[in-house]
Design a protein. Structure first.
Lengths: 281, 441
């Protein structure tokens, strides 16, 4: 059995490997190469060295503004999504009537695509602001909080499910033991529940952090960067650079490479930090 | 059984691959720029296939995304054979893909050869439509106003409204009487939604810059292309008309960022407003709206007056930013087939009927007789203004604008101005600064 497996291993891996190479590896490597070139179509490029990277940061402040906006957004939404998601999870693991209905309902928004969600929320927000003769583009802070609310609405259900799984995996004896030791609810939360769901926290912060940084559809559908690109996040800025200007495809590509490095670094750091706090059961 | 099944699968795979290898018939791929007439092109494609057996694939880029779409489509193996550029600025990025059209039957048809965009001696793009824009007004509502006993101005007809002061007086008086006139505002919504700002950051901005470059003497587009910096000296004139639009609008200023061009045209078609700034291409959007209350003969054009000295002789803004190009990177068969298609469309009886009745193009080709000019009210109005004695059309100077991004910066600034987070000084600054920075790139 082992031998046959080993024999046919390359054959069975091949389709996946090809697919992975075609849709991920090759475009990724091409993208890195293209960030050092000037091109209009990907098959026709001219080497320009680091020029694109210089242009990305020095010509205007759009990339840096988008970066700062994204960092603020990520900070707020990572905290709010995880805190609310965890609260929901602990509420819905107490055997309240209709628990399953609630879990389903909270999870549903996650199944809707980002563009659709963006549109729905744009209509809701604009519907409310209509009474004040304003729209979402009135001020960048409207767009910011709009995105935060939208992102919370979408992600909380998903994170909640992960936390529920984590909480349910905690053995009941631990709580019994805590009760015997005279621990209060707060101590039970901080000394038992939180350390035990640390793996869930790792995965949830990872997901929310990377998703917040990569956010695109929702941003595009909700504000499209208005007013004056003040609510454009990194991904949208890259998209606009790439498609909005002739001859700037390389700059867009350079921004994308910087963006990749940044997200990879953040995700790596975050994983290191939260992993360290995980306990063995 | 399993063997049979896998054999079948293998056969299917093999046959589909063979199919792909077999020589594909010559197909034309037309990447259309104008979403408002996408369905007409699909009909034309069917008619052409029925007449000649050559298949035409029409794909339409969504409003404001033509450059993006073209860029990703042209990199594909099955690239567009016919595409469009917007003039000299677009030419710089696409000239490698433009086939030299000199000597082709299509170029021969062009009545005024100077209209084509050229790169040296190479004919790169051929315009297929001449367009005009201005302020479209609903003459029925205007007549109702002129006949009103409560009006505060002395004007008796739109012929007397031939400068900004007169327009402003009439518009503001109409706003005061809007209940009597049965309108919600004089002007349709100033559409400021993303991708819907071109009427302001391109078309309206054309006027002050046209006058600025005209002051330098010579051709305004060429002066514009050469200008490293601008002073936006007619900025106040822009403000005049823009304020007039938004102060007398159907929609409150704060809500304009939600409005699209379609919304504005629908408001006009439904009689909720008396005026809207747009071009003759908007005719189909007025006539095609369900519940359209505007009669054909009531749809009229007037020039956009901004308070420039001597503007009584100003006409509509007439020009084109639609040039057809043939992709030089596809096979010669496809290139020839594409040229044949365009010749058919603009010279055969069947093709011309589509151009005149459905596309409603004022086509600049010598194959069109006088009685074959389009009959929609706005095209007729454009012709009327072009032929009017003592009136000079305004050139489409925006062909010289440095980039799409320049227009977007201006659009963003205008939106902020409307929302009160930027004053006019700020808008002025954005126009001047972004012209300079975009031109320098």
């Amino acid at each position: 059995m082992q031998k046959t497996l080993r024999k046919y291993f390359p054959l069975f891996v091949l389709p996946t490997l090809i697919a992975f190479a075609v849709v991920f590896l090759i475009p990724f490597l091409m993208g890195i190469y293209l960030s050092f070139t000037e091109f209009t179509t990907v098959t026709n490029s001219r080497w320009v060295g680091l020029q694109n990277y210089v242009t990305a940061f020095t010509t205007n402040r759009e990339f840096l503004n988008a970066l700062w906006f994204t960092v603020k957004f990520a900070a707020v939404s990572v905290v709010s999504i995880n805190v609310i998601g965890f609260l929901m999870a602990s509420l819905l693991t107490r055997g309240i009537r209709g628990t399953n209905v609630f879990r389903t309902v909270f999870f549903l928004p996650n199944l809707i695509g980002g563009i659709v969600l963006g549109w729905i929320w744009q209509m809701i927000f604009n519907g409310i602001l209509y009474h004040y003769e304003m729209t979402l583009t009135y001020s960048p802070s409207f767009g910011f909080w709009g995105l935060v609310i939208l992102m919370n609405w979408q992600m909380i259900g998903y994170m909640m499910i992960i936390y529920i799984a984590g909480i349910q995996a905690i053995p009941g004896e631990l709580y019994d033991a805590a009760d015997v030791d005279g621990a209060g609810p707060w101590q039970k939360l901080t000394r038992v529940t939180l350390p035990m769901v640390m793996p869930s926290i790792t995965i949830c912060t990872f997901l929310t952090l990377t998703n917040s940084f990569k956010l695109f559809d929702q941003n595009l559908a909700l504000t499209a960067g208005a007013p004056s690109k003040k609510t454009a996040m990194l991904a949208l800025d890259i998209y606009n650079t790439f498609y909005g200007r002739n001859g700037w495809e390389g700059v867009g590509q350079a921004k994308a490479v910087v963006f990749f490095l940044l997200v990879a670094l953040l995700a790596f750091l975050q994983l290191r930090i939260t992993r360290r706090r995980e306990v063995d059961q | 059984m399993k063997k049979l099944f896998s054999l079948l699968l293998a056969l299917m795979l093999a046959s589909s691959m063979l199919g792909a290898l077999a020589e594909a018939p010559v197909e034309i791929y037309f990447l259309n720029f104008k979403p408002e007439i996408a369905t007409v092109y699909e009909e034309i494609a069917k008619a052409y296939e029925a007449a000649t057996g050559v298949k035409v694939n029409v794909m339409t880029a969504a409003s404001g995304t033509y450059e993006q779409t073209l860029r990703s489509e042209i990199a594909k193996a099955d690239a567009p054979t016919i595409f469009q550029i917007n003039g000299p600025v677009g030419l710089t990025s696409w000239k490698d893909y433009c086939l030299d059209l000199s000597g082709t039957a299509f170029y021969e048809m062009l009545s005024d050869k100077s209209l084509a965009v050229k790169d040296g001696d190479k004919v790169c793009g051929i315009p297929y439509v001449v367009e005009g824009y201005g302020i479209i007004y609903n003459n029925a509502i205007m007549n109702k106003y002129f006949a009103s006993a409560n009006k505060a101005t002395a004007f008796q007809s739109m012929d007397e409204v031939n400068n900004f002061a007169a327009l402003k007086a009439v518009v503001e008086d109409m706003t005061a009487l809007k209940d009597e006139l049965g309108i919600q505002g004089v002007f349709a919504s100033t559409s400021m939604a993303a991708g819907e700002q071109w009427r302001w950051q391109t078309h309206l901005l054309n006027l002050p810059l046209f006058y600025e470059f005209a002051d330098m003497g010579g051709d305004t587009v060429l002066s514009g292309l050469a200008a490293q910096e601008i002073g936006f000296t007619y900025g106040e004139n822009y403000k005049n008309i823009f304020d007039l639009y938004t102060n007398n609008s159907v929609t409150a200023k704060g809500l304009l960022s939600n409005k699209t061009v379609n919304d504005s045209m629908a408001e006009f078609a439904l009689g909720q407003c008396a005026m809207v700034q747009n071009g003759n291409w908007g005719a189909s959007q007025i006539l095609g709206v369900a519940g359209n209350t505007v009669a054909n003969e009531d749809i009229k054009f007037m020039p956009i007056y901004t308070g420039v000295e001597g503007e009584e002789t100003q006409g509509l803004c007439i020009g084109t930013e639609n040039y057809l190009c043939i992709n030089s990177q596809v096979s010669p068969e496809k290139q020839q087939a594409s040229i044949d298609f365009l010749v058919w469309l603009y010279s055969s009886e069947e093709g011309k009927a589509y151009v005149k009745n459905d596309l409603m193009f004022l086509a600049p080709f010598n194959t069109f007789e006088d009685d074959e000019k389009p009959e929609d009210p706005l095209s007729k109005e454009v012709l009327r203004w072009m032929e009017k004695e003592g009136v000079n059309s305004v050139q489409w100077t925006f062909a010289a604008f440095p980039s799409e991004e320049f227009k977007n910066y201006v659009g963003d600034a205008l939106l902020e101005y409307l929302q009160g987070s930027m004053d006019w000084e700020g808008v002025h600054q954005v126009v001047v600064d972004s012209w300079k920075s975009e031109r320098a790139l």
